[in-house]
Design a protein around this ligand. Structure first.
Ligand SMILES: Cc1cc2nc3c(=O)[nH]c(=O)nc-3n(C[C@H](O)[C@H](O)[C@H](O)COP(=O)(O)OP(=O)(O)OC[C@H]3O[C@@H](n4cnc5c(N)ncnc54)[C@H](O)[C@@H]3O)c2cc1C
Length: 303
């Protein structure tokens, strides 16, 4: 990116635009090289203008929420990261329909549903990240998933800046997967919730939170489950049985608490994590004959 383009980007975006921004600062793993540009649009108009400028120069766009489900390569991202957590995080309710912008925290949205006496998103109180990230990967936990109660999403076509409304049926989805058409950035999701008693909803949330605290390494840097559960099996159990707990490469280690988590014990590189992922995959293949598929998103040049 030349200086003239950087100036143009700064002038277009009313939010914030940074350059050569280390992605270690924006991922829960604390891993990743620099993004050429890191943009925090101040709102929808700002986002649209930024997308149009980036499209006019064919600059690749990486949408970012809280970076809790991604591994960014050590080489970083050649293009612009568009992070929605600053300017697009409004939450609103109309009767039993709850809506949130893509940059809203999923757990905050879940908590606001509880306070409004609306049930259906209790499972989400313990999942880190934004609604945009949750929609993109159909995040789920404790028997619930994002698409269960989804009605529709709003998205922006990043090449044209045009916004569109998609019904749930328009978005093919399955376990930890949503087939979003290329070039679309999610803006908002609307959910059909149901009336409930705030105290009872809160009690279910407390139970979910304490189960999570007991079983996951929440005080270490990680990106959640590395692999999807294969049909009818638990990836964590397969990894544990293949003897991978404690296995490490550089600063990346398979957690002793939950075998499907890799933690960054300090100074891990993306290459460390990727090498460890392949070792675990190979051991499980040899031990159980099962091919594990990654759940985390691997972003950028892998070198
Ligand atoms: C401790 C821990 C526990 C976790 N537990 C769970 C769990 O129980 N269940 C679960 O499903 N996940 C879990 N995760 C993973 C993660 O929290 C979820 O996948 C979450 O939904 C990701 O949201 P995010 O905002 O961080 O997404 P990011 O990591 O920022 O992005 C993830 C992907 O979505 C894309 N994306 C983000 N925003 C948009 C947008 N607006 N439009 C289009 N694409 C977008 C990104 O480009 C990227 O490909 C856990 C993670 C951690 C660290």
């Amino acid at each position: 990116m030349d200086d003239r383009f950087k100036q143009e980007l700064r002038a277009t975006c009313r939010g914030e635009a940074r350059f050569d921004e280390p992605m270690t600062r924006h991922t829960s793993f604390g891993v990743g090289g620099p993004a050429d540009a890191f943009v925090l649009p101040g709102g929808l108009d700002d986002l649209r203008a930024t997308c149009q400028l980036l499209a006019s120069r064919d600059v690749p766009i990486l949408p970012l929420g809280d970076g809790t489900n991604m591994l960014v390569s050590d080489a970083g991202w050649r293009g612009a990261v568009l992070c929605l957590t600053k300017g697009l995080r409004a939450i609103s309710f109309q009767g039993e329909i709850g809506s949130a912008e893509a940059g809203a925290s999923l757990s905050v949205f879940s908590r606001q549903c509880q306070r409004a006496g609306l049930t259906g998103l209790e499972w989400a109180c313990s999942v880190p990240g934004t609604l945009g990230g949750a929609l993109r990967g159909n995040a789920g936990a404790f028997g619930g998933e994002t698409f269960d109660r989804l009605l529709s999403v709003e998205a922006i076509e990043t090449r044209t800046g045009q916004t569109l409304l998609l019904k749930k049926e328009d978005l093919p989805h399955s376990y930890r997967r949503c087939d979003l058409p290329p070039g679309l950035l999610l803006l908002r999701g609307a959910f059909a919730l149901a009336g409930g008693v705030p105290g009872e909803i809160e009690a279910r949330m407390d139970e979910i939170l304490s189960r999570r605290k007991a079983t996951q390494p929440l005080y270490e840097r990680n990106a959640g489950c590395i692999f999807k559960n294969p049909a009818g099996a638990s990836a964590g159990l397969l990894i544990d049985r293949a003897g991978c707990k404690g296995l490490g490469v550089g600063g990346a280690v398979v957690s002793d608490l939950h075998a499907n988590f890799v933690v960054n014990r300090g100074g891990a590189t993306a290459a460390d994590v990727l090498t460890l992922i392949e070792r675990v995959r190979q051991r499980v293949r040899q031990h159980a004959g099962v091919e594990l598929e990654t759940e985390i998103r691997i972003i950028g040049e892998t070198l």
